[in-house]
Design a protein around this ligand. Sequence first.
Ligand code: NDP
Length: 502
Amino acid sequence: MGGPITKNGPAPLTRPETPALEFGHAWDYAPAPEAIDHVRIEPRQQLFIGGAFRAPRSGKHFDTVSPSTEQKLAEVAEADERDVDDAVQSARRAYDRYWSKMPGSERAKYVFRIARALQEKARELAIVESMDGGKPIKESRDVDLPLAAAHFFYHAGWADKLDYAFHGRSWRPLGVAGQIIPWNFPLLMAAWKVAPALACGNTVVLKPAETTPLTALMLARIVEEAELPPGVVNVITGAGATGAALAAHPGVDKVAFTGSTEVGKRIQRAVAGSKKKLTLELGGKAANIVFADAPIDQAIEGIVNGIYFNQGHVCCAGSRLLVEESVHDLVVRKLRDRIATLRVGDPLDKNTDVGAINSRMQLDKIRELVAAGEEEGAQRFSAPCPLPSKGYWFSPTFFTGVAQSSRIAREEIFGPVLSVLTFRTPDEAIEKANNTMYGLSAGIWSDKGAKIFWMAQRLKAGVVWGNTYNKFDPSSPFGGYKESGFGREGGRHGLAAYTEVA
Ligand code: NDP
């Protein structure tokens, strides 16, 4: 199986006539679409402010479309500055009247209720997440939903134990948290933000991304059903201007942002000189480092998971593969064979591995960077998979012969595109891995535990995975170095981001 390795390196990276891993008909999957007849998406969605859904003062709504079909799913309210002000004031009232006065053991019950409701409605939420954002149902069902519920369960556990979280030091909540989240993990990012804020006694105003607002609004419905006091959680939808108004609002005590480094810098400028606390979780260009002594077949699965999971729309994606030179050809051949078997298509089909690109804009950005890679002389291989005619799609792709200075080695592509580079020594691997403005995550593949620890200590990355990739747990802090941002989410460290510790 697999193409030959010549003495000049791997066979040319062109589209093979047939995939090298040929299973005949044994691996032909019949369509397995998730039933969606029980899911009803409200055609017109409003803002959730002060415990009730209401029309925006702006009077405006915008469409949210399915990136896999280009069909409109719903109209969503666009919050303007007055709506943002209403939401912040309602969060302030809820903070003063109820939430800051409530014992932690009571807050815990509400947070726990949200966690249970997420589990109960997991199927519906996973379907809407896949429809609105394009991610495969097996990922929204098996990753996003369980992790979102786990974040609420975990933080429900902390709510009455915060006196033990800071080594005997006293703490207090910050007040109103303005939280702005991206489109790659809409419900999960909402959970990462809302759960710790509530557990620590803050109230929140959440602004989901323009292209994926639906599951955040379903979370608002859950908050309503869980009978949280009105205004403890507010969800306002809109585009960048809504987020900017929220970050700049003087009534906000804490801004938490996940998204692009460019917007993160804008937010940092907007809050500079104010009393607001800020955490930023921004972009990444992570190195996934494969040593010659690694279990190569497992590493291939880790590489695939690292870059093709969620269409590569992952801030911590292993988008730069650093391979020890002696196994480069072997790894490239196996990777090429493996990605030729990935199934790209309908996000609602349970067999789909790679879904739709989140938006037309993101697809254009991926195409632009891939064209830049080709112009700069790197060799491209794209999996020979058929793509649906409607919707936004991009085949799993990797480039070999990538220079460190190349745009595809430096810029966050945020799509299913991997850049392959080589190294000869651990020192060289460290130098190349750290040669980036980012520092969010990294992966190391080796059968030597000591080597993994030695590397991990020298990598400037907030999260380092050893012989695995993209593993998340609510008890494990996540966050970056350098232009990947600051502050941590998850674990005891994440509680510090929502408290003032004296
Ligand atoms: P953004 O950083 O623009 O979006 C993140 C969130 O911020 C969204 O809710 C967005 O709203 C909001 N926002 C936009 N402008 C402002 C502003 N001036 N003030 C406050 N909030 C604002 O990401 P994009 O969607 O534009 O994606 C661009 C690139 O960013 C991607 O190609 C990718 O490379 C990277 N990215 C990285 C992410 C990460 O987790 N590291 C996540 C998402 C994107 P709205 O969606 O309505 O514009």
